[in-house]
Write a protein that binds this ligand. Structure first.
Ligand SMILES: Cc1cc2nc3c(=O)[nH]c(=O)nc-3n(C[C@H](O)[C@H](O)[C@H](O)COP(=O)(O)OP(=O)(O)OC[C@H]3O[C@@H](n4cnc5c(N)ncnc54)[C@H](O)[C@@H]3O)c2cc1C
Length: 434
C-alpha cells in the first residue's frame, strides 16, 4: 500500500481550474460584495454558479448515492482549502455552511417527501436554511441541557423554546430545530430534529445578535451571515417534519458535524495561506533599519513557523479526511476534534503574525486581515468550544491506557531488574569473561 500525497490528475485539473476561477472571478467580486444588494449579488453570482455546475463542482459535499458527486472527504478537503481563501467562494460553489450541513442531514435522515420539499431546492440554491440548536439560557457545550420542547399533539408537533446564534436564521426559508421530543429518556435518545418553515405562525425572529463579525449593524439587519435569536412560540408543524425517527437528533447531529468540521478546518488553511501570502509579500517589500523585513531573523521565524503550522494542519486534516472515508464519522471523532483545535490555533497565529508584519496597516480595514482576525476568533467557539474537543481527544485517547499498581511501567530500576533475570544467561557470560 502506497503513501500518496498527490491526487488523481483529472481531479487535480479541477483544483487547478478552481484556483484560477478564484483568482480571476471570485476575489475581484469579493472586493465589492458588501456593497451589493441581494439582487445585484444574484446577478453577479448566477453565471459563476453556472460555470461551477458545468464542471461538476456544485454542492459536492454529498455522497453519490445521496445525489452529490461522491468525491469523498479527501477530495472535498482539497476543494475547501481553495474555497477558504475567500468568504464568498463557498456560496458560489453551493456548499456554504449551514446549508451544506443541513443538506447532509436531509440526505441522510430525510424521507422522500422531505428530500423533494427541502433538500432538492436547497441543493439547487433556491432555498436557504439554518440550524437552530444553541440556547442562550444553557451551555451549548452540553447539548443534553437543551430545553426547547416539541410535544406531539394529534398529527402535529408543538414547539416552544428560545434559541440564539442560529446562523442565517433571519434570512432562511426553513430552520432545522433541535428539540426534546421525549423528556422521559436520556437526551441522547430523547432529542429530535424538526424542519420548521420560517414563515409560519409562532416563529419569532427576535434579532440578528450583534457580534464581533457584525458589531455595528442594526439588530434587525436580517443579513446573510447574521446570527439570529429566535423564539418558538407554540409553533405547529406536521409530525412528518421530523427528520429520521423521533429520538434521532444526536445521531444525526454527529453525522452532520463530522464532515463539516473537516471542511471548516481546510477552509481555515485557505484563509491562513492568504494571510501568509500577504505576510511574505510585505516582508519582501518593507525596508527598515538597513534591510528588508524578510532579512530579519525574527520575521523569518514568523514565516518559517507559520509555514510549518499550516502544513502540519494540512497533514492532520488530510489524515482526518482519509480516516473518515475509511471508517466513517463516528470512528473519526478524535481525528476530527484534533483538527478543530489545532486548526483554529494555526489560523489565529497566521493572521496575527501577518498583522504584525504589516504594522499599523495590518490593523486597518484597508486590508482583509482585521476581518479575518475577528472571524478566526469565532472558530474557537463554532461547532463546539476548543476545550470540549480537547476533552474528547483526551478521554478517547485515555481509553487506550491502563492504570498500573506500584511503579510506572518505565521505572528504570524495575525494568533493569526484569531485564537482569530475562538476560541472565548473557550477563553470566559477560561476568565469566571478565
Ligand atoms: C459565529 C458563531 C456561529 C454559530 N452558529 C451556530 C448555528 O448556526 N447554530 C447553532 O445552534 N449554534 C451556533 N453557534 C453556537 C455555538 O455552537 C456555541 O457557541 C458553542 O456550542 C458553545 O456554546 P455556548 O456559547 O453556550 O458556550 P458554553 O457552553 O456556555 O461554554 C462557554 C465556555 O466554557 C468552557 N467549557 C464549556 N464546557 C467545557 C468543558 N467540558 N470543559 C472545559 N471547558 C468547558 C469553554 O471555554 C467554552 O468556550 C454559533 C456560535 C458562533 C460564535
Amino acid at each position: 500500500m502506497a503513501w500518496d500525497f498527490s491526487t488523481e490528475p483529472e481531479f487535480q485539473e479541477k483544483l487547478d481550474w478552481m484556483e484560477v476561477f478564484l483568482k480571476e472571478e471570485i476575489l475581484p467580486l469579493e472586493a465589492i460584495a458588501e456593497e451589493l444588494t441581494i439582487e445585484q449579488w444574484q446577478q453577479a453570482t448566477d453565471p459563476l454558479k453556472e460555470e461551477v455546475k458545468k464542471r461538476d463542482l456544485w454542492a459536492c459535499h454529498l455522497d453519490s448515492e445521496l445525489g452529490g458527486q461522491g468525491y469523498g472527504q479527501v477530495k472535498l478537503a482539497l476543494m475547501h482549502e481553495i474555497l477558504g481563501r475567500s468568504p464568498i467562494a463557498p456560496p458560489i460553489f453551493g456548499n456554504s455552511a449551514p446549508d451544506s450541513g443541513n443538506a447532509e442531514l436531509l440526505a441522510i435522515g430525510g424521507d422522500a417527501e422531505q428530500k423533494r420539499k427541502w433538500l432538492d431546492p436547497l441543493l439547487a440554491g433556491e432555498l436557504r436554511s439554518a440550524f437552530s440548536m444553541t440556547e442562550p439560557e444553557v451551555a451549548g457545550s452540553d447539548p443534553t441541557l437543551i430545553r426547547t420542547q416539541a410535544v406531539l399533539d394529534g398529527d402535529e408537533y408543538v414547539i416552544n423554546g428560545h434559541k440564539w446564534y442560529t446562523s442565517n436564521g433571519s434570512v432562511a426559508d426553513f430552520l432545522i430545530v433541535m428539540a426534546v421530543t421525549n423528556p422521559d429518556v436520556h437526551p441522547y435518545q430523547g432529542c429530535s430534529m424538526l424542519v420548521v418553515p420560517t414563515d409560519i405562525e409562532g416563529v419569532e425572529i427576535v434579532r440578528d445578535v450583534p457580534n464581533m463579525h457584525h458589531p455595528y449593524k442594526t439588530p434587525f439587519a436580517r443579513q446573510p451571515g447574521g446570527h439570529a435569536e429566535i423564539r418558538y412560540n407554540d409553533v405547529r408543524v406536521p409530525k412528518e417534519n421530523i427528520i429520521g425517527n423521533p429520538g434521532d437528533g444526536f445521531v444525526l447531529a454527529q453525522k452532520r458535524l463530522g464532515p463539516g468540521r473537516i471542511h471548516h478546518a481546510m477552509r481555515w488553511i485557505g484563509q491562513a495561506r492568504r494571510a501568509f501570502d500577504m505576510m511574505c509579500e510585505r516582508s519582501l517589500s518593507r525596508f527598515s533599519h538597513g534591510s528588508l523585513l524578510s532579512d530579519k531573523q525574527m520575521i523569518q521565524d514568523f514565516i518559517a513557523t507559520t509555514k510549518m503550522e499550516i502544513e502540519a494542519t494540512k497533514m492532520l486534516c488530510m489524515y482526518a479526511a482519509w480516516h473518515m472515508d475509511q471508517y466513517g464519522a463516528s470512528a473519526s471523532r478524535v481525528e476530527i476534534a484534533m483538527i478543530k483545535v489545532y486548526g483554529t490555533k494555526m489560523l489565529f497565529n497566521a493572521i496575527d503574525r501577518s498583522i504584525q508584519v504589516h504594522g499599523a496597516l495590518g490593523y486597518t480595514t484597508d486590508l482583509p486581515l482585521e476581518e479575518m482576525y475577528r472571524m478566526a476568533r469565532a472558530s474557537r467557539l463554532v461547532d463546539g468550544a476548543d476545550e470540549v474537543h480537547k476533552v474528547t481527544i483526551a478521554r478517547k485517547t485515555l481509553k487506550g491506557y491502563e492504570p498500573v499498581e506500584g511503579w510506572p511501567t518505565e521505572h528504570i530500576p524495575t525494568r533493569r531488574q526484569t531485564a537482569q533475570s530475562k538476560f541472565a544467561h548473557l550477563l553470566e557470560t559477560t561476568t565469566a569473561n571478565m
